[in-house]
Design a binder for this molecule. Structure first.
Ligand code: ZN
Length: 184
């Protein structure tokens, strides 16, 4: 990441909105934002391969559901946070992964400029690629501050997205089982 470029850009941004970037409260802001970017955009260029490689054998082909994985991401249209919960379900094909590895997978894709629909699909695709279950379904419920801060939607309103892969596609009974487990 080019920290100097971020510092210059934040300084220009502050000037652009009519602020004085040299006043006491703002003088360290460009550097603070540059260092923050390392963390909140730290998923760029990464894949969850290393996390999803740690697999355990299972003889079961019953649905595994991991729900309420908290995430924070950045909307690529406004560079403002959107955040909420990710719910993941899959039908194992001989292998399962630990909860923390799924949470790491979510972080790889959340820590970059994002849109919610794409984040949902990327998590489902990563599962299919690295864990190769018989099918997967991902649901994300999120609040977008670019909407709620600007009063377009009421605070607390949620955007819900889903992605289905493998034997979840067009199998509404299986999708409903996942939804029921998430809502429990
Ligand atoms: Zn936005």
């Amino acid at each position: 990441m080019d920290q100097e470029k971020i510092r210059q850009a934040v300084r220009l941004y502050l000037e652009g909105i009519g602020e004085d970037p040299d006043r006491e409260g703002l003088v360290d802001t460009p550097d603070r934002v540059a260092r923050m970017c390392e963390e909140i955009f730290g998923g760029l260029g990464k894949t969850p391969e290393e996390h999803l490689q740690k697999q355990f054998s299972t003889g079961s082909s019953d649905m595994v559901v991991v729900k309420d994985i908290t995430f924070y991401s950045t909307c690529e249209h406004h560079l403002l946070p959107f955040y909420g919960k990710v719910h993941i379900g899959y039908i194992p094909d001989g292998k399962v992964v630990g909860l923390s590895k799924l949470a790491r997978t979510v972080e790889v894709y959340a820590r970059r400029p994002q849109i919610q629909e794409q984040l949902t699909g990327q998590i489902a695709d990563a599962l299919m690629t690295y864990l190769a279950p018989k099918g997967a379904m991902v649901m994300i419920e999120a609040e977008h501050t670019c909407m709620t801060m600007r009063g377009i939607k009421k605070p607390g309103s949620k955007t819900v997205t889903i992605a289905t892969r493998g034997n979840f596609v067009d199998n509404y009974e299986r999708q409903k089982t996942f939804m029921d487990m998430v809502r429990e």
